[in-house]
Design a protein around this ligand. Structure first.
Ligand code: 9PG
Length: 779
């Protein structure tokens, strides 16, 4: 289909693939519909505020719009389409421009608001809102507002992102970390950063609003359900606008959808295209010191784990050994090592490299500790308030930590030198850069004209240029604004050796970003759509240990299931020397990473979606993986809906074949906080592979090829070694087939009847092997 536009005296209409924007020129408003006649967003308008001869607010619905350019065909990063620019007349020295684009093959429209200074003095820009819709006439949904649900997205890595009932209060702010602005406190009012999605249960439809660029302005999508007010705003932070100049907002994507997870994936893809996302060919793997040793980590701890990894390369084929917080003299004094690392960081990097691993190092480069030498020497390098006082981006490490002023040229040069030294100097080829939001806090900077997002990207660009092509993992990081500059990105709160976070004071507030497996997994599920489109997602570390932890085995399995299905980074953070064989097996199951990311099924319907699903496609076969979580604190059975058609259902943690199922499968007795990981394969009516127990993908990494010779009734399965050395291959033989001979690389192997119709062949996989299973047909 090709996008189309028509214009008359009253209206301009732009139609794309599944979206239609109709502008009422006289009213200065527009509607956004799905192209099927329905339009949930009606009478929307755009507005901006700025300081020009005093504070001014200009809105399109108080003006008459004229078509200033187009409609015309055009092409950009999203493909071909049509676009037009509308303009108001000049009011209070300001003209607004609204660009609307629709695409031949994209289900969204993009809106951009421009503010032109038609006055005679320089203005200071405040907010640019390309879309605002208000009242019954603004949001035409089938359900009453009390039934709506809103997906609120957090501003940085650790921020809770989830759908909530639209009539409740938004989540409270996140102490001790500074937030970009106070969250609204009234019921039904939400401030979602960068992207938001409003779900109307009666129609099953979701409106997705999200900014697909993040180079200059911090953006929010705000909902006030009580007033039925929805707006998407870009904050220009007082950027100067000289007479005759026009400044544009970030580009806003608007989409109506029946499939919110797919639309969010499409949103991430569009943002990735605009920002030049760096998506690594494979997700990183490694060992991280933090969640076992925290700040007490010593050189000895690292060496001990390094030696273990050297000796267990087969079972734990990690690439990176990453030293986290705890080696440095102070926050800011990164190149001075404390007494726990007597031989220094260059020596340790060499040890890691000589052992065959990539040295990785944690830094919080945009924080300046109050007690650091850096602050003593350069107090002028931190973001300050109007009174000139430094602003604490976080209180941690027993001190206030200020935000680095990345617009200060000398601070920027210090950043470049620091990262050249860390990489080319000391030898770290993987950097985890943390608390990055510190560069984006509100305040006064050397460059008064730089916005928060510009300051952030200046700092991150300096780091990227210094580290060149090496792997950068963002953490505590702005989301969209990091795209194109990081390779991997933490997308949730920290894990912790306990399931649930308990507030320090009983009854104390929990905002959802505190360290806990529960909080971490929530974001792993709700931000799964980012993986492979913006960067490689980092679901945070697997804590597999059986001692020094409050996590039960089912809780560890849930964490492992979510990490496996994230498709993202696989890092372990245990004292590896203390792990039991079984717990090492849990880690091995995730290596190498799957690659594909699963989709959360009930993203809009539930604040804690309990099903993750992904299709694994290989040249020899396609199948599905389903992760089902019991978030409850007691044992429960889970009923999981199956995709259409019949499926062989095999579950990995229990090693249980559920038979051929259609419609749904009941999973009884899932332990408290436990998970089930299912492989679904189409019944073939002849012997076929059900799964292996070597890898969480159940065939995606360890199986090279499967072939059935129907003349001889022989099933050939080509296996390749992964991390787990011992396991089973499970095969289903329908009624009428009997296995008569099993060989592995030519030698006979034993087969066991695991369940009716299921034979299991136990084997060790240290080299590529072919399993040959010969059947006979009876009757
Ligand atoms: C090291 C850790 C680990 C971890 C990071 C980050 O005070 N705080 O609010 C706070 C928030 C997050 C946090 C630590 C403290 O964790 O996510 O993986 O690197 O820093 O200090």
């Amino acid at each position: 289909m090709s996008a189309a536009a028509d214009v008359s005296r009253e209206r301009l209409r732009l139609r794309g693939a599944g979206v239609e924007v109709v502008v009422s020129l006289q009213e200065g408003t527009y509607s956004v519909g799905g192209g099927d006649g329905s339009a949930p967003i009606t009478a929307a308008f755009a507005w901006a505020d700025l300081d020009l001869y005093g504070n001014t607010l200009i809105t399109t619905d108080e003006a008459v719009l004229e078509v200033a350019s187009g409609p015309e065909r055009f092409e950009d990063a999203h493909g071909r389409g049509v676009r037009a620019v509308l303009a108001t007349d000049v009011r209070s020295g300001v003209r607004l421009h609204l660009e609307i684009a629709a695409y031949d093959a994209q289900p969204f429209a993009l809106l951009t608001l421009g503010v032109e200074n038609a006055g005679r003095q320089t203005a200071r820009l405040g907010r640019l809102t390309p879309l605002a819709a208000q009242g019954r006439g603004g949001l035409a949904f089938a359900s009453p507002a009390r039934d709506w649900r809103y997906f609120r997205h957090g501003w940085q890595s650790w921020s809770p992102s989830l759908s909530l009932r639209a009539t409740r209060r938004d989540l409270p702010g996140p102490p001790p970390v500074l937030a970009p602005a106070a969250t609204p406190s009234e019921r039904g009012a939400f401030a979602s950063d960068e992207v938001g999605a409003l779900f109307d249960p009666a129609s099953g439809r979701t409106v997705v609003l999200g900014f697909v660029t993040a180079r200059r302005q911090w953006t929010q999508v705000r909902l006030d359900a009580g007033r039925r007010y929805l707006e998407a705003t870009a904050f220009a932070d007082g950027a100067p606008l000289r007479p005759g100049e026009t400044m544009w907002s970030e580009r806003l994507l608007v989409q109506l959808t029946d499939d919110a997870p797919a639309a969010l994936a499409g949103y991430a893809a569009a943002l990735g295209r605009e920002m030049g996302a760096r998506v690594p060919a494979s997700a990183p793997t490694g060992w991280c010191s933090w969640y076992q040793y925290f700040e007490t980590v010593t050189e000895e701890d690292v060496l001990k784990n390094l030696r273990f990894l050297e000796e267990h390369r087969d079972a734990l084929p990690f690439k990176c050994v990453q030293i986290d917080d705890g080696y440095q003299a102070n926050i800011g004094d990164w190149m001075t090592t404390n007494e726990k690392f007597p031989r220094g960081m260059a020596w340790l990097a060499r040890e890691i490299r000589n052992a065959g691993f990539t040295p990785g190092l944690w830094l919080a480069p945009f924080l300046v500790g109050e007690t650091s030498r850096l602050y003593a020497e350069h107090p002028e390098w931190v973001v300050r308030d109007e009174a000139g006082e430094p602003i604490a981006a976080v209180r941690n490490w027993d001190q206030r930590c200020f935000g680095l002023d990345t617009t200060h040229l000398k601070a920027e040069r210090w950043l470049r030198d620091l990262f050249r030294e860390v990489t080319s100097g000391l030898g770290y080829d993987y950097v985890k850069i943390d608390f990055l939001y510190g560069a984006a806090i509100a305040g006064r900077r050397r460059d008064r004209n730089a916005s928060r997002v510009e300051a952030y990207r200046r700092g991150l660009t300096a780091i990227r240029e210094a580290v060149d092509k090496r792997f950068v993992l963002g953490c505590g990081a702005l989301m969209g604004a990091s795209a194109g500059l990081v390779d991997g990105q933490r997308i949730g709160p920290d894990v912790d050796p306990r399931w649930r976070y308990r507030p320090q004071r009983p009854g104390g507030r929990v905002f959802g970003g505190e360290p806990s497996v529960e909080h971490a997994l929530r974001n792993v599920v709700t931000r799964s759509w980012m993986h492979g489109r913006l960067w490689a997602n980092d679901p945070d570390c697997l804590l597999a240990r059986q001692t020094q932890t409050k996590l039960t085995l089912p809780e560890v399995q849930s964490l492992a299931t979510a990490i496996a299905l994230s498709g993202g980074a696989v890092f372990a953070s245990d004292d590896l020397t203390q792990l039991s064989r079984e717990r090492i097996d849990v880690i091995s199951l995730l290596l190498p990473p799957l690659g594909e990311a699963a989709t959360a099924r009930e993203l809009m319907e539930s604040s804690m979606p309990s099903t993750l699903e992904v299709a694994v496609r290989r040249p020899f076969e396609s199948w599905r993986l389903l992760g089902a979580f019991n978030w409850k604190r007691r044992q429960a059975s889970l009923r999981v809906a199956l995709p259409p058609g019949r499926w062989h259902v095999f579950e990995l943690w229990d090693g249980r074949y559920y038979g051929e199922r259609e419609g749904a499968v009941e999973l009884p007795d899932v332990p408290a906080h436990g998970a089930r990981l299912l492989a679904l394969r189409r019944p073939r009516g002849r012997p076929q592979l059900l799964t292996t127990t070597f890898h969480a993908s159940m065939g995606g990494r360890e199986v090279e090829r499967v072939r059935y010779d129907s003349k001889r009734d022989v099933l050939h399965i080509d296996l390749t070694p992964v991390a787990k050395q011992r396991g089973e291959v499970l095969v289903h033989a329908p009624r009428g087939y009997r296995l008569i001979k099993a060989t592995l690389g030519g030698s006979l192997v034993a087969a066991r009847r695991a369940q009716p119709g299921v034979v299991a062949i136990a084997l060790e996989l240290a080299a590529p092997r072919r399993l040959r299973l010969r059947f006979v047909r009876r009757g």
